[in-house]
Design a binder for this molecule. Structure first.
Ligand code: HEC
Length: 143
């Protein structure tokens, strides 16, 4: 009888320990979420090309034409995907009338070998005027 009583006392005691441990961990959870500060905002290193040129009429016109064509599936402003980034193209060529014509011609006719083995398909339905606006847009995007 005495033995049984001790056993049940031990059981109750351990149950109480479990309950208090549970309560303890609950309160430490809320304490840790309070003491974890929100991560500081990432430092702004450079403004993006989009931010830099967004008010330029050449940028506005070019973005509109880009959106009507397939260019964004292979080109991004600042990152190479299938084709070179526009920023890389802008860094390679001076923004001159000659280069606008050269690049407009390549966009219409297609090109390969300047940036690598992947060809850019021809864009035969693009008007010369639109192709030049696109080329001006690309050459505008200097960092
Ligand atoms: C299917 C993918 C693809 C599409 C769509 C595409 N391009 Fe390209 N573009 C490329 C590749 C690949 C190159 C690199 C070609 C090379 O090495 O000669 C390139 C090169 C260029 C160049 C640089 C040409 C040079 O001679 O340096 C310009 C400018 C350009 N693209 C603009 C455009 C514009 C504007 C459009 C939309 C009308 C467009 N691209 C659509 C893949 C693409």
């Amino acid at each position: 009888m005495k033995f049984n009583l001790n056993l049940s006392m031990a059981f109750i005691a351990s149950a109480m320990v479990a309950v208090s441990a549970c309560g303890g961990s609950g309160s430490s959870d809320s304490a840790s979420s309070e003491s974890t500060p929100a991560p500081p905002p990432a430092p702004v290193e450079e403004i993006s090309l989009e931010e830099k040129y967004k008010d330029d009429p050449i940028f506005i016109k070019g973005s509109e034409l880009m959106g009507q064509n397939d260019c964004p599936s292979c080109h991004m402003l600042e990152r190479k995907i299938v084709g070179p980034s526009y920023a890389d193209v802008a860094a390679k060529y001076e923004s001159t009338d000659e280069n606008v014509e050269l690049l407009a011609g390549r966009v219409i006719a297609g090109s390969v070998g300047t940036w690598g083995e992947i060809p850019m398909p021809a864009h035969p339905t693009l008007s010369e005027e639109d192709a030049k606006d696109l080329a001006k847009f690309v050459l505008l995007l200097k960092k």
